[in-house]
Write a protein that binds this ligand. Structure first.
Ligand code: MG
Length: 365
Protein backbone atom coordinates (compact mmCIF):
# COMPACT_ATOMS: atom_id res chain seq x y z
CA UNK A 1 0.00 0.00 0.00
CA UNK A 2 1.88 3.05 -1.32
CA UNK A 3 0.95 6.68 -0.71
CA UNK A 4 0.01 8.45 -3.95
CA UNK A 5 -1.52 11.81 -2.96
CA UNK A 6 -2.81 13.96 -0.11
CA UNK A 7 -5.94 16.07 -0.64
CA UNK A 8 -7.75 18.55 1.59
CA UNK A 9 -11.27 19.48 2.64
CA UNK A 10 -12.92 21.92 5.04
CA UNK A 11 -15.44 20.59 7.55
CA UNK A 12 -17.79 23.05 9.27
CA UNK A 13 -20.15 21.98 12.05
CA UNK A 14 -22.08 24.35 14.35
CA UNK A 15 -21.77 23.81 18.11
CA UNK A 16 -24.83 23.19 20.30
CA UNK A 17 -23.79 26.14 22.49
CA UNK A 18 -20.84 28.57 22.12
CA UNK A 19 -17.56 27.25 23.57
CA UNK A 20 -16.18 29.85 25.98
CA UNK A 21 -12.86 29.69 27.83
CA UNK A 22 -10.55 32.26 29.43
CA UNK A 23 -8.80 32.43 26.05
CA UNK A 24 -11.59 32.51 23.42
CA UNK A 25 -15.21 32.08 22.31
CA UNK A 26 -16.05 29.81 19.37
CA UNK A 27 -19.47 28.89 17.94
CA UNK A 28 -18.58 26.30 15.34
CA UNK A 29 -16.02 23.68 14.51
CA UNK A 30 -14.10 24.56 11.37
CA UNK A 31 -11.45 21.95 10.71
CA UNK A 32 -9.11 20.94 7.92
CA UNK A 33 -9.72 17.32 6.87
CA UNK A 34 -6.99 15.52 4.96
CA UNK A 35 -7.27 12.44 2.82
CA UNK A 36 -4.17 10.33 2.20
CA UNK A 37 -4.69 8.33 -0.99
CA UNK A 38 -2.96 5.06 -1.85
CA UNK A 39 -2.36 2.84 -4.86
CA UNK A 40 -4.69 0.22 -3.35
CA UNK A 41 -7.61 2.66 -3.32
CA UNK A 42 -7.61 2.88 0.48
CA UNK A 43 -7.99 6.39 1.91
CA UNK A 44 -6.71 7.44 5.33
CA UNK A 45 -8.45 10.34 7.05
CA UNK A 46 -7.00 12.98 9.35
CA UNK A 47 -8.25 16.23 10.83
CA UNK A 48 -6.86 19.37 12.45
CA UNK A 49 -8.50 22.50 13.85
CA UNK A 50 -6.93 25.96 13.82
CA UNK A 51 -6.10 26.67 17.46
CA UNK A 52 -3.90 29.76 17.04
CA UNK A 53 -3.99 30.80 20.72
CA UNK A 54 -2.69 27.41 21.88
CA UNK A 55 -0.65 25.68 19.17
CA UNK A 56 -0.12 28.61 16.77
CA UNK A 57 -1.63 26.59 13.92
CA UNK A 58 -4.05 28.25 11.49
CA UNK A 59 -6.00 26.72 8.58
CA UNK A 60 -3.51 28.29 6.16
CA UNK A 61 -0.46 27.09 8.07
CA UNK A 62 -1.84 23.56 8.39
CA UNK A 63 -2.50 23.22 4.66
CA UNK A 64 0.79 24.85 3.70
CA UNK A 65 2.84 22.71 6.09
CA UNK A 66 1.30 19.51 4.77
CA UNK A 67 1.30 20.49 1.11
CA UNK A 68 4.84 21.84 0.88
CA UNK A 69 6.78 20.13 3.67
CA UNK A 70 5.16 16.88 4.80
CA UNK A 71 3.38 15.53 1.70
CA UNK A 72 6.47 15.59 -0.61
CA UNK A 73 8.28 13.32 1.89
CA UNK A 74 5.46 10.77 1.97
CA UNK A 75 4.47 10.34 -1.67
CA UNK A 76 5.67 6.91 -2.86
CA UNK A 77 6.29 5.63 0.67
CA UNK A 78 4.84 2.32 1.87
CA UNK A 79 2.21 2.46 4.63
CA UNK A 80 3.68 -0.73 6.13
CA UNK A 81 6.76 1.25 7.27
CA UNK A 82 4.83 3.09 9.97
CA UNK A 83 7.80 4.08 12.14
CA UNK A 84 9.68 5.44 9.14
CA UNK A 85 6.62 7.46 8.13
CA UNK A 86 6.14 9.01 11.57
CA UNK A 87 9.83 10.02 11.57
CA UNK A 88 9.43 11.60 8.13
CA UNK A 89 6.40 13.53 9.38
CA UNK A 90 7.96 14.66 12.67
CA UNK A 91 11.24 15.61 10.99
CA UNK A 92 9.65 17.59 8.14
CA UNK A 93 9.79 20.90 10.04
CA UNK A 94 9.77 22.45 13.51
CA UNK A 95 6.50 22.86 15.48
CA UNK A 96 3.31 22.78 13.30
CA UNK A 97 2.00 20.06 15.60
CA UNK A 98 -1.59 20.16 14.35
CA UNK A 99 -0.52 19.64 10.73
CA UNK A 100 1.70 16.71 11.78
CA UNK A 101 -1.14 15.28 13.87
CA UNK A 102 -3.60 15.35 10.96
CA UNK A 103 -1.16 13.44 8.75
CA UNK A 104 -0.18 10.92 11.43
CA UNK A 105 -3.84 10.19 12.16
CA UNK A 106 -4.44 9.43 8.47
CA UNK A 107 -1.31 7.25 8.28
CA UNK A 108 -2.32 5.22 11.36
CA UNK A 109 -5.81 4.89 9.85
CA UNK A 110 -4.22 3.37 6.73
CA UNK A 111 -1.95 1.14 8.84
CA UNK A 112 -5.07 -0.33 10.47
CA UNK A 113 -6.71 -0.77 7.08
CA UNK A 114 -3.57 -2.51 5.78
CA UNK A 115 -3.75 -5.14 8.52
CA UNK A 116 -7.57 -5.15 8.59
CA UNK A 117 -7.76 -4.37 12.32
CA UNK A 118 -9.12 -1.47 14.37
CA UNK A 119 -6.24 0.81 15.33
CA UNK A 120 -6.44 0.20 19.09
CA UNK A 121 -5.73 -3.50 18.55
CA UNK A 122 -2.53 -2.68 16.67
CA UNK A 123 -1.57 -0.30 19.51
CA UNK A 124 -1.85 -3.12 22.04
CA UNK A 125 -5.58 -3.75 22.50
CA UNK A 126 -7.88 -2.97 25.39
CA UNK A 127 -11.52 -2.62 26.36
CA UNK A 128 -13.08 -0.62 23.49
CA UNK A 129 -15.50 1.38 25.66
CA UNK A 130 -14.56 4.60 27.45
CA UNK A 131 -16.45 7.38 29.24
CA UNK A 132 -15.82 11.07 28.59
CA UNK A 133 -16.55 14.22 30.56
CA UNK A 134 -18.16 17.29 28.97
CA UNK A 135 -17.09 20.94 28.99
CA UNK A 136 -19.15 23.57 30.79
CA UNK A 137 -18.23 26.92 29.22
CA UNK A 138 -17.36 29.89 31.40
CA UNK A 139 -20.41 32.18 31.72
CA UNK A 140 -22.74 33.81 34.25
CA UNK A 141 -23.07 31.68 37.37
CA UNK A 142 -26.76 30.81 36.80
CA UNK A 143 -26.04 29.75 33.22
CA UNK A 144 -23.12 27.55 34.30
CA UNK A 145 -25.24 25.91 37.00
CA UNK A 146 -28.04 25.27 34.49
CA UNK A 147 -25.58 23.87 31.91
CA UNK A 148 -24.04 21.62 34.58
CA UNK A 149 -27.41 20.27 35.67
CA UNK A 150 -28.36 19.62 32.03
CA UNK A 151 -25.11 17.70 31.49
CA UNK A 152 -25.78 15.55 34.57
CA UNK A 153 -29.27 14.85 33.22
CA UNK A 154 -27.63 13.74 29.93
CA UNK A 155 -25.67 11.17 31.92
CA UNK A 156 -22.26 12.84 32.22
CA UNK A 157 -20.53 11.84 35.45
CA UNK A 158 -17.56 14.20 35.04
CA UNK A 159 -17.88 17.89 34.23
CA UNK A 160 -15.00 20.05 33.03
CA UNK A 161 -15.76 23.53 34.32
CA UNK A 162 -14.08 26.39 32.49
CA UNK A 163 -12.91 29.19 34.80
CA UNK A 164 -9.95 31.60 34.83
CA UNK A 165 -11.77 34.89 34.30
CA UNK A 166 -12.25 36.82 37.57
CA UNK A 167 -10.87 35.01 40.59
CA UNK A 168 -13.65 36.07 43.01
CA UNK A 169 -16.41 35.10 40.57
CA UNK A 170 -14.55 31.89 39.69
CA UNK A 171 -14.69 30.76 43.32
CA UNK A 172 -18.43 31.52 43.44
CA UNK A 173 -18.98 29.72 40.13
CA UNK A 174 -17.39 26.54 41.44
CA UNK A 175 -19.15 26.66 44.82
CA UNK A 176 -22.54 27.11 43.12
CA UNK A 177 -21.99 24.26 40.66
CA UNK A 178 -20.62 21.96 43.39
CA UNK A 179 -23.69 22.62 45.56
CA UNK A 180 -26.10 22.09 42.66
CA UNK A 181 -24.49 18.91 41.33
CA UNK A 182 -23.93 17.42 44.81
CA UNK A 183 -22.26 14.03 44.38
CA UNK A 184 -23.79 13.17 41.03
CA UNK A 185 -20.70 14.22 39.04
CA UNK A 186 -16.99 14.79 39.56
CA UNK A 187 -15.79 18.32 38.88
CA UNK A 188 -12.65 19.13 36.94
CA UNK A 189 -11.65 22.80 36.65
CA UNK A 190 -9.83 24.22 33.63
CA UNK A 191 -8.46 27.73 34.22
CA UNK A 192 -6.85 27.91 30.75
CA UNK A 193 -3.88 29.96 32.05
CA UNK A 194 -6.24 32.56 33.54
CA UNK A 195 -4.76 32.85 37.03
CA UNK A 196 -1.42 33.82 38.52
CA UNK A 197 0.26 31.24 40.74
CA UNK A 198 -0.73 33.13 43.90
CA UNK A 199 -4.33 33.57 42.73
CA UNK A 200 -4.53 29.85 41.99
CA UNK A 201 -3.28 28.92 45.46
CA UNK A 202 -5.74 31.38 47.02
CA UNK A 203 -8.69 30.10 44.96
CA UNK A 204 -7.93 26.43 45.54
CA UNK A 205 -7.24 26.80 49.26
CA UNK A 206 -10.49 28.78 49.61
CA UNK A 207 -12.41 26.04 47.80
CA UNK A 208 -10.68 23.29 49.80
CA UNK A 209 -11.52 25.10 53.07
CA UNK A 210 -15.15 25.43 51.93
CA UNK A 211 -15.33 21.64 51.51
CA UNK A 212 -15.43 21.69 47.70
CA UNK A 213 -13.71 18.58 46.42
CA UNK A 214 -12.31 18.79 42.91
CA UNK A 215 -10.94 15.88 40.91
CA UNK A 216 -8.26 18.14 39.43
CA UNK A 217 -7.42 21.65 38.27
CA UNK A 218 -6.02 22.14 34.81
CA UNK A 219 -3.47 24.72 33.70
CA UNK A 220 -4.01 27.36 36.40
CA UNK A 221 -1.08 29.51 35.20
CA UNK A 222 0.47 30.69 31.94
CA UNK A 223 1.78 28.01 29.58
CA UNK A 224 5.43 29.00 29.98
CA UNK A 225 5.27 29.41 33.77
CA UNK A 226 6.42 25.96 34.90
CA UNK A 227 7.83 27.48 38.10
CA UNK A 228 4.39 28.93 38.81
CA UNK A 229 2.77 25.57 38.15
CA UNK A 230 5.16 23.94 40.61
CA UNK A 231 4.40 26.69 43.16
CA UNK A 232 0.69 25.81 42.95
CA UNK A 233 1.25 22.04 42.93
CA UNK A 234 3.34 22.26 46.10
CA UNK A 235 0.76 24.28 48.02
CA UNK A 236 -2.64 22.67 47.37
CA UNK A 237 -4.10 19.23 47.93
CA UNK A 238 -6.12 19.31 44.70
CA UNK A 239 -4.25 17.52 41.88
CA UNK A 240 -2.85 19.94 39.29
CA UNK A 241 -2.82 19.02 35.60
CA UNK A 242 -0.64 20.56 32.89
CA UNK A 243 -2.24 21.20 29.50
CA UNK A 244 -0.89 24.15 27.48
CA UNK A 245 2.46 23.84 29.33
CA UNK A 246 3.30 20.49 27.77
CA UNK A 247 3.20 19.66 24.08
CA UNK A 248 5.69 16.87 23.38
CA UNK A 249 7.73 14.23 25.21
CA UNK A 250 10.66 16.59 25.94
CA UNK A 251 8.39 19.01 27.83
CA UNK A 252 6.85 16.11 29.72
CA UNK A 253 10.29 14.96 30.84
CA UNK A 254 11.07 18.48 32.08
CA UNK A 255 7.70 18.79 33.85
CA UNK A 256 8.23 15.47 35.63
CA UNK A 257 11.82 16.39 36.52
CA UNK A 258 10.54 19.63 38.09
CA UNK A 259 7.57 17.92 39.74
CA UNK A 260 5.56 20.86 38.40
CA UNK A 261 2.25 19.01 38.01
CA UNK A 262 0.50 15.82 39.10
CA UNK A 263 -1.26 14.91 35.84
CA UNK A 264 -0.54 15.48 32.14
CA UNK A 265 -3.15 16.29 29.51
CA UNK A 266 -2.24 14.64 26.20
CA UNK A 267 -3.75 16.11 23.04
CA UNK A 268 -2.85 14.87 19.58
CA UNK A 269 -2.82 18.45 18.27
CA UNK A 270 -0.08 19.32 20.78
CA UNK A 271 2.00 16.14 20.46
CA UNK A 272 2.01 16.18 16.65
CA UNK A 273 0.01 12.98 16.49
CA UNK A 274 -0.18 9.45 17.77
CA UNK A 275 3.51 8.44 17.92
CA UNK A 276 4.40 11.13 20.48
CA UNK A 277 1.15 10.66 22.39
CA UNK A 278 2.20 7.05 22.95
CA UNK A 279 5.69 8.17 23.98
CA UNK A 280 4.23 10.56 26.56
CA UNK A 281 1.90 7.88 27.93
CA UNK A 282 4.87 5.52 28.30
CA UNK A 283 7.07 8.16 29.97
CA UNK A 284 4.27 9.07 32.38
CA UNK A 285 3.59 5.41 33.17
CA UNK A 286 7.28 4.88 33.98
CA UNK A 287 7.05 7.69 36.54
CA UNK A 288 3.70 6.67 37.97
CA UNK A 289 1.99 9.81 36.64
CA UNK A 290 -1.55 9.62 35.27
CA UNK A 291 -2.68 11.24 32.04
CA UNK A 292 -5.84 12.70 30.65
CA UNK A 293 -6.45 12.59 26.92
CA UNK A 294 -8.19 15.66 25.55
CA UNK A 295 -9.00 17.32 22.25
CA UNK A 296 -9.41 20.75 20.73
CA UNK A 297 -12.64 21.64 18.93
CA UNK A 298 -12.51 18.54 16.77
CA UNK A 299 -15.05 16.18 15.21
CA UNK A 300 -15.12 12.43 15.27
CA UNK A 301 -12.23 11.96 12.80
CA UNK A 302 -9.31 13.13 14.93
CA UNK A 303 -11.18 12.46 18.18
CA UNK A 304 -11.65 8.86 17.02
CA UNK A 305 -7.87 8.56 16.80
CA UNK A 306 -7.57 9.85 20.38
CA UNK A 307 -10.15 7.26 21.48
CA UNK A 308 -8.04 4.45 20.02
CA UNK A 309 -4.96 5.74 21.87
CA UNK A 310 -6.96 6.08 25.11
CA UNK A 311 -8.20 2.48 24.91
CA UNK A 312 -4.76 1.06 24.13
CA UNK A 313 -3.09 3.08 26.93
CA UNK A 314 -5.91 2.86 29.47
CA UNK A 315 -3.53 1.85 32.27
CA UNK A 316 -2.01 5.34 32.29
CA UNK A 317 -4.64 7.44 30.44
CA UNK A 318 -7.20 7.29 33.23
CA UNK A 319 -9.15 10.47 32.44
CA UNK A 320 -11.01 11.12 29.21
CA UNK A 321 -11.90 14.58 27.93
CA UNK A 322 -13.01 13.81 24.38
CA UNK A 323 -16.20 15.84 24.22
CA UNK A 324 -15.62 17.45 20.80
CA UNK A 325 -18.22 15.29 19.05
CA UNK A 326 -20.84 15.76 21.79
CA UNK A 327 -20.43 19.56 21.61
CA UNK A 328 -21.29 19.47 17.87
CA UNK A 329 -24.88 20.01 16.73
CA UNK A 330 -24.60 16.88 14.58
CA UNK A 331 -22.03 14.22 13.78
CA UNK A 332 -20.85 14.66 10.16
CA UNK A 333 -18.87 11.41 10.23
CA UNK A 334 -20.02 7.87 9.65
CA UNK A 335 -17.29 5.88 11.30
CA UNK A 336 -15.90 3.14 13.46
CA UNK A 337 -16.12 5.01 16.75
CA UNK A 338 -19.60 5.55 18.16
CA UNK A 339 -20.09 8.72 20.23
CA UNK A 340 -23.18 8.48 22.38
CA UNK A 341 -23.08 11.35 24.90
CA UNK A 342 -20.67 10.23 27.65
CA UNK A 343 -20.16 6.73 26.29
CA UNK A 344 -17.69 6.13 23.45
CA UNK A 345 -17.39 2.72 21.78
CA UNK A 346 -15.05 1.41 19.09
CA UNK A 347 -16.36 -1.07 16.52
CA UNK A 348 -14.36 -3.76 14.73
CA UNK A 349 -13.91 -1.66 11.56
CA UNK A 350 -10.31 -1.51 10.30
CA UNK A 351 -8.22 1.60 11.09
CA UNK A 352 -10.50 4.42 12.20
CA UNK A 353 -13.35 2.88 10.21
CA UNK A 354 -14.42 6.14 8.55
CA UNK A 355 -16.93 5.45 5.78
CA UNK A 356 -18.37 8.87 5.00
CA UNK A 357 -17.90 12.54 5.89
CA UNK A 358 -21.01 14.57 5.15
CA UNK A 359 -20.72 18.19 4.03
CA UNK A 360 -16.98 18.11 3.42
CA UNK A 361 -16.04 21.06 1.19
CA UNK A 362 -13.08 20.29 -1.11
CA UNK A 363 -10.13 22.67 -0.93
CA UNK A 364 -8.24 23.53 -4.12
CA UNK A 365 -5.06 21.55 -4.71
MG1 MG B 1 -7.31 22.59 28.93
Amino acid sequence: MKITDITFGMLRVPLKTPFKTALRTVDRVEDIVIMVHTDSGNIGYGEAPATAVITGDTHGSIVDAIRHYISPRLIGEDVANLNRLTQLIQGAMEKNTSAKAAVEIAIYDLFGQLYNAPLYKLLGGGDPVITTDITISVDYIDKMVADSMAAVERGFESLKIKVGKDIGVDIERVKAIYAAVEDRALLRLDANQGWTAKQAVYALQTLEDAGVRLELVEQPVKAHDLEGMRYVTERVHTPIMADESVFGPMEVVELIRMRAADIINIKLMKTGGISNAIRIADIAAMHGIECMIGCMLETSISVAAAVHVAVAKADVITKIDLDGPSLCLFNPVEGGVIFNESEITITDAPGLGIREIRGLEPLEA
